[in-house]
Design a protein around this ligand. Sequence first.
Ligand code: ADA
Length: 571
Amino acid sequence: MRNFRQHDVRFVQDLSGVWNFNFLGTVDPDAVDVSTLQFGDRMVVPACFDATPRYAGQRGLVAYHTKLRFRDKTPHRLTFGSVHHWCRVFLNGVVLAEHIGGFTPFHMDITTHPQGEADLVVLVDNRFDSERCPLHLEYFDWYHYGGITRPASLARLGPLWIDSVRATTTDYRTRRVALSLDYGAIRAPGPTELVVCCDEREVLRERLELKETSGRLEYTLELFGAPLWSPESPELCPLHIRLGEDDLRDRIGVREVRVAGREILINDQPQELLGYNRHEGHPQFGHALPTALLLEDAQRLKDAGCTFVRGSHYPQDPRFLDLCDELGLLVWSETIGWQHEAEHLCNARFVEAQERHLHEMVAGAVNHPSVILWGVLNESGSDDPACRPAYERLLGQLRLLDGSRPVTYATNRPFKDVCLDLADVVSVNTYPGWYEGEIEAIPEALGRLFAHLAPHEKPLIVSEIGAGALPGWHDPLAGRWSEAYQAALLEAVVRFVRNEPRVCGLAIWQFFDVRTTSAPPRILGRPRSFNNKGVLDEYRRPKEAYKVVKRLFEEPKERRSQAVERETGTK
Ligand code: ADA
């Protein structure tokens, strides 16, 4: 599930492999008797079944089956990295759990089961149903693939287990880190030893008297001599925690993120965020990208001169975040969402589903130093006072769950927005030169926009801007849809934005082309059924703009600092 070993002691069975499979189609999940299901086909886990040739583009209910092996009678934890986009999980024919929403991990603890083998059946539905699964809707500008799309595992928890661990830098200067550990147990554990090692050095050893079957342990660690994490020097601190007979490995980065005036600071250093929006998609793999492709994407972002990636429009694979941690790429992590108006934002079911999903996003990504910003509700009704309570609630939840990172949302209605005061960072999606106006008018359009947002005195990120280019379309007239037009537009954008002291971040739309919804009318403006605004095509082959942007991104940082100095009169 991660790019490093998470346990030395805890036994974990990786469930990746080939499972039994049945495409049930237009069947109501409530009408399925799992004990009578036949499995005539096979399917890889993790994978998107509807990206495979046999089921390409099909929507419906499917059933997966595999055998689990329980080592003993103690509790075990079944974890799914992500299932798209509704599922019901059965163990030996009995429902264990239901889950909605892809792109986030979830688990179920199994406490009563005999030792030995058991049948695991997962009903998965990739159909759109706004009642049952309001997080995934057909009109979004990306294709929703289905299946068990990230790795799954079965872990033996034993009688006492580490439930979760969170490490937050509270003072980077003194390397002070707040550590909180939630544990669970089948009975009050009594005397228990806790040992915490950082980079194989023991930083805490304590004999505890645990009187409850669950609880939270909190400590302040002073990691003397630990290296700091920053984009230039992404040094990670391996953490190994042992509680009784259970253990957990994670990696932390000693770094603080803070907003000051118009800047986002990491360890008090202002950051210039330069990068792209990234979907998780590929024609052959759908959303289930193999590790090699995750690595390719991360390497390419670095090669493209990026410091920043916006995970649009959903939480990215934890293995991709691991790579960002290692490479020093800064990440905006956001919940699933796309252009929701009052119809959704005033609907309690939708907001509750967002809230549950947001909890999973934070729980899954909170220890990644690369994640510096949480986001919600891409391009939604932030101009509508009726939608403001939903923004208040979701941004408020994010702050409650993690006060150590700023929160934001991408608005596409900045001139009428009524929620910007709720965000720590103002983020704006805008398409001058593409949806409105010509390339020559970009400086004027952006200048007007930045001037309008200036009174907010907050960091400003251009969270989307771009142009479509059909891969290989070399038009002598360099018109819209040609590679040359896209390159010229992005050149104008990057030149203007990097010289603009009021802007601290730019995420171009987008890194590579992704398949979009098949539903009209959007599809009619999306040749090939793709959103073609990538600087790479869907197979990650560069278009003309890739090199142009790379050159501009790689120009020394001094350029923006000079612009900031000019603006603020500081030197
Ligand atoms: C929006 C949206 C993106 C994409 C883009 C476009 O800004 O947030 O997901 O749809 O427009 O290509 O038009």
